[in-house]
Design a protein around this ligand. Structure first.
Ligand code: ARG
Length: 461
C-alpha cells in the first residue's frame, strides 16, 4: 500500500516530480473547515441510507469535530506526501477514529464532487464578506458626498473641461458602480447556491444517498440537476472572478481620479497622512500609494478572470485535472480585495477637498458655453445656430484672453444680436449647475435626492 487514496492498482508510489506538480495542499488547505462540513453532511447521508449505524455516525462526527478543533487551534498540518486537502483529511481522520470506521466515509463520493462543492461554499462565504467591504466604501463615498454637498468642481470629458458639476455628483458616480457590484454578488450567490455533492466522480452513486439532504445540510438551496455538469462546470467561479475583476476596475477608476485630484496641478483634494506615503529620498513627498495599488491590483484581478476562462475553454466533460487550476486565482482575488477595499475606504473617508480651488477652476475652459447655447434655445433659436453663436463667443474670448462671463453687453451684441444682457443670468457656475435639475442631473436638489436614493439601496442590503 502506497498510503495514497488509490494505492492497490499501482506497483509503486508516484515519482517525486509528479508529487511536486500534483500537490495542492499549499493552497487548498484553507478549505479544511468546508471539507469537514462536507464530510459531516456526507456521513449523515450514509447514515440515512442505512450504511452507517448510529454509533458509527457519532464516531465519525466526533472525529471530524476533533480535526476541526485542531485546525482552529492551528495544529493541523498536511504531510508532504498528501496530494490535496481531501486526501490529507482522510489520512488524519483514520488516525483519529481508526481505519475501519474512517475508511467508510469515502463511500459514494469522489474528490470531484467534493472539491467543487467546497469551493462553491468557500466562494459564497467570502464573496459576501467582500460585498460587505464594498458597501463600506459606498457609504464612505456617500458620507463625503453629503459632507461636501454644494461644492462645485469642473466636470470633464476627455479629461478636458466640459461643464461645471457638483463634487457630490462626481463622488456618487463612483458609488453607484460599486453598489451594482454588490448587487452582482447577490445575484451570483443565488445562482451559485447549488451543491454538486453526491455527483461522485461524474455519474452519481449506487448507494441511495440523497444529494438534496447534503445540499440543505451545507446551506445550499438545491442539489445539482446533472452530476456531469455539477462536477465539471466552473462558470460559477468564472462569474465570481468577473464580479471581483469588475470591482477591481471600478476601484481603479476611482483611484485614478484621486491620483489626479491630489496632484499640485489639480489641487482638488489632499490625502490624510495616515492614508498616504512618503519617499525614501525626497523629504517633501506625499504619495497616493493606496490609489496606485488599487489601480495596479485591478490588473491581477482581471488576470484571474482571463486565466480561468482560458483554462476552461477547451475542456471536455466531465472532470479533468485542469480544473484544479480554478482555486489559486480566485483565492487571490478574494484576498486582494479583502485588503484593498478597507484601505481605499479609509483613503476616501479622510480625503479633504479644496472647495475654493475647485470653484475657481469650475468656469475655466469656457465650461459655460453650453449654457449660452441652451439659453438661446430657450429664446427659440435653433440649436445648430445657438451652437455656432456660443462657439463664436468662445473664439472671441480666446482673442481677448477673457472668460465668457467677462464679455461686455456690447461685445455680446456684436457677436449676435440675440445675445441680450440677460444671457449673463446663466453665466455663473451656480446658475449652470442649478439649472440641470432633471432626474440624474447635477443640480443640488437632484443630487440630494440621488444621495437619499443611494442610501435607501444601501440600507436594503
Ligand atoms: N485537488 C483536485 C482539485 O482541486 C481534486 C482531485 C481530483 N483528482 C482526481 N484525480 N480526480 O480539483
Amino acid at each position: 500500500n502506497t498510503g495514497k487514496l488509490w494505492g492497490a492498482r499501482f506497483a509503486g508510489g508516484p515519482s517525486p516530480e509528479l508529487e511536486a506538480l500534483s500537490r495542492s495542499t499549499h493552497f487548498d488547505w484553507r478549505l479544511v473547515p468546508y471539507d469537514l462540513a462536507g464530510s459531516r453532511a456526507h456521513a449523515r447521508a450514509l447514515h440515512a441510507a442505512g450504511l452507517l449505524d448510529d454509533d458509527e455516525l457519532a464516531g465519525l462526527v466526533a472525529g471530524l469535530e476533533a480535526l476541526g478543533e485542531r485546525y482552529a487551534a492551528g495544529d493541523l498540518q498536511p504531510d508532504p506526501g498528501d496530494e490535496d486537502v481531501h486526501g490529507a483529511l482522510e489520512r488524519l481522520l483514520l488516525n483519529e477514529v481508526g481505519a475501519d470506521l474512517g475508511g467508510r466515509l469515502r463511500a459514494g463520493r469522489s474528490r470531484n464532487d467534493q472539491v467543487v462543492t467546497l469551493f462553491r461554499a468557500y466562494l459564497r462565504d467570502h464573496a459576501r464578506t467582500i460585498a460587505g467591504a464594498a458597501l463600506d466604501l459606498v457609504e464612505a463615498l456617500a458620507d463625503q458626498a453629503e459632507a461636501n454637498l454644494g461644492a462645485v468642481m469642473p466636470g470633464r470629458t476627455h479629461l478636458q473641461h466640459a461643464q461645471p458639476i457638483l463634487l457630490s455628483h462626481h463622488l456618487l458616480a463612483h458609488a453607484w458602480p460599486l453598489l451594482r457590484d454588490v448587487a452582482r454578488v447577490r445575484d451570483w450567490d443565488a445562482r451559485a447556491a447549488e451543491s454538486p455533492y453526491g455527483g461522485g466522480a461524474l455519474a452519481g452513486s449506487t448507494l441511495g444517498l440523497d444529494p438534496e439532504q447534503v445540499a440543505a445540510d451545507l446551506g445550499f438551496d438545491r442539489a445539482s440537476p446533472n452530476s456531469l455538469d455539477g462536477t465539471s462546470a466552473r462558470d460559477f467561479a468564472a462569474e465570481a472572478a468577473y464580479v471581483l475583476a469588475q470591482m477591481g476596475v471600478d476601484l481603479s477608476r476611482l483611484a485614478e481620479d484621486v491620483i489626479i485630484w491630489v496632484t499640485a496641478e489639480f489641487g482638488f483634494a489632499r490625502l490624510d497622512d495616515a492614508w498616504s506615503t512618503g519617499s525614501s529620498i525626497m523629504p517633501q513627498k506625499k504619495n497616493p500609494d493606496i490609489a496606485e495599488l488599487a489601480r495596479g491590483k485591478a490588473g491581477r484581478l482581471v488576470g484571474s478572470l482571463t486565466g480561468l476562462l482560458t483554462t476552461l475553454k477547451g475542456l471536455p466533460l466531465a472532470y479533468a485535472r485542469d480544473l484544479q487550476e480554478d482555486k489559486e486565482s480566485l483565492f487571490d482575488s478574494l484576498d486582494t480585495l479583502a485588503v484593498l477595499l478597507p484601505a481605499v475606504t479609509g483613503m476616501v473617508a479622510t480625503l479633504r477637498f479644496d472647495h475654493d480651488r475647485m470653484a475657481e477652476l469650475a468656469p475655466r475652459g469656457f465650461s459655460l458655453a453650453t449654457d449660452v447655447a441652451e439659453w438661446l434655445v430657450k429664446q427659440r433659436v435653433p440649436f445648430r445656430e445657438a451652437h455656432e453663436v456660443a462657439g463664436a463667443c468662445v473664439r472671441r474670448c480666446e482673442e481677448l484672453g477673457c472668460e465668457l462671463a467677462d464679455l461686455t453687453d456690447d461685445q455680446l451684441a456684436e457677436i449676435d444680436q440675440r445675445l441680450t444682457p440677460a444671457v449673463h443670468e446663466v453665466l455663473t457656475v451656480e446658475g449652470s449647475v442649478a439649472a440641470r435639475d432633471g432626474r440624474g442631473g447635477t443640480a443640488p436638489v437632484q443630487v440630494a435626492e440621488q444621495l437619499a436614493e443611494l442610501r435607501a439601496v444601501v440600507a436594503d442590503h
